[in-house]
Write a protein that binds this ligand. Structure first.
Ligand code: FAD
Length: 426
């Protein structure tokens, strides 16, 4: 997409300047109106379309740009390796693992490349290699010390224009969700948000679809390479799975939730190629100023990294039920999770919520206590290694995904588990 000014209609009044949050308008001389000037869009435009309704004269329109894209010009898989304070986010390593798997499905010579953006972050390249990256694109500058939407969008878009990756993956973190759509708009390509599965081979997608959906797979050709990656994500409140393709433009872009994909086994000392990309960025490209970084004072729950999670739901009855869940979690060395019903009731903070609108988790053991197993909750925990459900209703849907089910009152069952644990420790 692009914004076009219809010169014959533009009066040069400059109303659009006020509507644009990105300073993307300037004047250029023009003989055809009284003011002798018309408005012009510069390369700061973010395609937000705020200007479209600001012009009283109908002189601004949105247009489709470019013809057919040469898909063959794009190669390799990029992972935005998100770092904060010089530390890689777990999801970056998970995506390198997924990128590695997809690269093998695409072709022998397809590489998975990590994109590191920041300042003084050279030390992170080795970690990317050890988890499976073939190559690291390093983009460093003092102006990239802290994340800003403008700066990171610009430098990554510039790198994509230059190196032309076929696929770009981002973690669906706050930063990934802010960054990816902007880059997609600038690259004039699509983005599938919050993917839970990615497939390259039609044959492996068919295997998945046969098990998990009612899709008529007989119409799909297992050898058809033309559709690119098949990006699957929950849609309509998690009630169906949508598979989305991006057949006409490149790169293909997805955000993927933390905790969904598998990290590769770490290979100590693995190395690869580092490409230092010199970013073209100046202060005038950045519209915000970071004055201070204030970390949240409230206790942060690291659900995505936890090996054991003890979650409580509406079945706890009231907020005090979480005292028992906390005691349980402390005993088994886990962290406290919750269903949305418990969060909505105000019994526990949203940072503990597991599920479609909470955190996606993949612990070694997930205890679901007084949780019915609604599809939106399952979307966030059903890939846990072992699921233990405690529920007094034998027909609760959570038992369909549980490896171990205990039918009973959680206020009787949990103290018994704690007591047995104590005995085992003695
Ligand atoms: P309930 O469904 O009320 O289940 C309570 C369970 O506790 C019952 O099965 C009952 O048998 C059992 N129980 C009662 N007393 C006891 C006892 N003493 N001992 C043992 N068992 C007992 N939900 C999420 O969790 N996460 C999300 O991210 C999420 N996102 C959503 C997004 C959308 C768009 C929508 C529409 C909904 C979302 N939900 C989400 C809400 C979801 O649909 C359910 O409403 C919610 O998960 C129910 O929570 P619950 O299982 O704790 O409560």
């Amino acid at each position: 997409m692009a914004i076009e000014i219809i010169k014959e209609k533009c009066t040069g009044c400059g109303l659009c300047f006020k509507a644009c949050p990105y300073d993307a308008f300037e004047f250029e001389p023009y003989d055809g109106n009284k003011l002798g000037r018309v408005c012009k869009v510069n390369d700061k435009c973010n395609f937000c379309n705020q200007c479209l309704t600001s012009c009283k004269f109908g002189a601004i329109k949105e247009v489709q740009v470019g013809g057919a894209v040469d898909l063959s010009a794009y190669k390799h898989i990029w992972v935005y390796a998100e770092q904060r304070d010089g530390k890689l986010m777990n999801v970056a390593l998970e995506l390198i693992g997924e990128g590695y798997r997809l690269a093998k499905e695409i072709s022998e010579d397809t590489q998975v490349c990590a994109v590191l953006v920041g300042n003084n972050i050279d030390h992170l390249a080795s970690e990317c290699f050890e988890y499976g990256a073939d190559k690291v694109y390093m983009i460093q500058d003092p102006l990239l010390e802290h994340y800003t939407t403008d700066a990171y969008t610009k430098v990554i878009t510039d790198a994509i224009d230059e190196y032309k990756p076929e696929i770009v993956l981002y973690g669906a973190t706050h930063i990934g969700r802010d960054l990816a759509p902007r880059i997609a708009a600038r690259c004039n390509t699509g983005l599938t948000a919050d993917c839970t599965r990615l497939d390259v081979k039609v044959s492996s997608y068919i295997d998945f679809a046969k098990k998990k959906t009612t899709l008529d797979t007989s119409t799909l050709d297992p050898n058809d390479p033309s559709t690119g990656i098949k990006q699957t994500r929950p849609a309509f409140g998690g009630n169906l799975m949508a598979t989305i393709i991006c057949p006409k433009t490149r790169p293909q872009m997805s955000t993927v939730r933390p905790g969904v994909m598998q990290k590769r086994e770490k290979v100590e000392g693995a190395t690869g190629e580092i490409i230092n990309v010199k970013p073209e960025i100046s202060e005038s490209d950045i519209h915000v100023q970071i004055v201070d970084v204030v970390k949240s004072a409230k206790e942060m729950v690291s659900l995505t990294d936890a090996d054991i999670i003890c979650s409580g739901g509406r079945g706890l009855g009231d907020a005090s039920g979480f005292e028992l869940i906390k005691k349980f979690a402390d005993k088994v060395g886990g962290v406290v999770g919750s269903s949305r019903a418990a969060v909505d009731a105000g019994w526990i903070d949203h940072s503990h919520q597991v599920g479609q609108t909470g955190t996606t988790v993949k612990p070694k053991i997930y205890f679901a206590c007084g949780i019915s197993g609604a599809i939106q909750h399952l979307a966030g925990m059903q890939t846990s290694d072992i699921i233990v459900a405690i529920n007094k209703d034998p027909d609760a849907p959570i038992f369909e995904v549980a490896d171990y089910g205990i039918v009973g009152d959680l206020y009787k069952v949990i103290p018994e588990i704690i007591a047995e644990w104590d005995k085992a420790e003695d």
